[in-house]
Design a protein around this ligand. Structure first.
Ligand SMILES: Nc1ncnc2c1ncn2[C@@H]1O[C@H](COP(=O)(O)OP(=O)(O)O)[C@@H](O)[C@H]1O
Ligand SMILES: [Mg+2]
Length: 265
């Protein structure tokens, strides 16, 4: 069991496997602001099971990124504890690839940081590019890639960390609808193939329902878990499926209620 700041050590976790990918217990977070301390997250308790795909949904400013950053270990909770099964991999809306490196070298850098031997890096980078369906992009520089392709490389680089938990913060929010739709399919496929656990943050209800086994709705000011839904719709789903649309309508109603209760956004 890891505590607030430390993630479970690789060696230790192999000896004593933990029954969760992430465990968030009674976590609160406040920031100092001009009007005193602002409570952003209030008493969040949430587990992500091994292999589970959870989406964290909420209006902008409700504290989704704050919570994800805490799980990533980039910041500490003001109260409560967070444990993860190993060090999580991260993927953001901005790809954060190094522009002076090729797609392949960006991935190899992650492999190097993980301690993969030099001779194994290129074949592993090629394998990961194939997994995200970017065969042939190894030598391409970032500026030569479309937005969707960049996010594919960013996903391959996140996968290169060989983490059991992938944290995604609105990774497809800047993409056009068609590209996003294709990447939803790819992410679903990769999640099913790899058995990864995913905690995916979004403000897009349809996206949350399209992807997740469980949708967790956060309220605003402060962020609390308002409600959660288990999504039983079989994968692969399509964003335009009737069942996806119906559940999205129900969740949107709830989200509207949250926004009405807590002011404008
Ligand atoms: N480092 C920080 N210092 C002060 N306030 C912050 C900090 N990070 C986030 N906040 C505040 O916390 C609230 C939630 O932000 P955030 O987690 O980014 O929301 P979301 O990702 O849901 O849009 C916002 O009001 C934001 O201004
Ligand atoms: Mg955010």
């Amino acid at each position: 069991m890891a505590t607030a700041t430390a993630t479970t050590d690789k060696v230790a976790e192999d000896a004593t496997a933990v029954p969760y990918a992430a465990r968030i217990e009674h976590v609160s977070k406040s920031f100092a602001g001009p009007a005193g301390r602002q409570l952003v997250l209030d008493d969040i308790t949430l587990d992500v099971a091994p292999g589970e795909f959870v989406t964290l949904l909420g209006a902008s400013g409700c504290g989704k990124s704050t919570l994800l950053n805490l799980v990533a270990g980039l910041d500490r909770p003001s109260a409560g504890t967070i444990g993860t099964d190993g060090r999580p991999a991260l993927m953001f809306q901005e790809h954060a690839l190094f522009p002076w490196l090729t797609a392949g070298k960006n991935i190899e850098l992650a492999l190097k940081l993980r301690g993969v031997a030099k001779a194994e890096r290129r074949p592993e980078a090629e394998r990961l590019l194939e997994l995200v369906r970017l065969q042939g992009a190894y030598g391409k520089r970032v500026h030569e890639l479309s937005g969707g392709m960049r996010q594919r490389v960013a996903l391959a680089r996140a996968l290169a960390q060989d983490s059991r938990l992938l944290l995604m913060d609105e990774p497809f929010a800047a993409l056009d609808a068609i590209t996003r739709d294709v990447l939803h399919d790819e992410l679903t496929r990769i999640w099913r193939e790899t058995g990864l656990s995913v905690l995916f943050v979004t403000h897009n209800v349809r996206e949350a329902v399209r992807l997740a086994q469980r949708v967790v709705l956060l309220s605003s000011r402060p962020g609390r878990i308002a409600r959660e839904w288990t999504v039983g719709i079989p994968q692969p789903r399509r964003i335009e499926d009737t069942a996806v649309a119906e559940l999205s309508v129900e969740i949107t109603e709830e989200l509207r209620g949250e926004i009405r209760r807590h002011g404008q956004h």
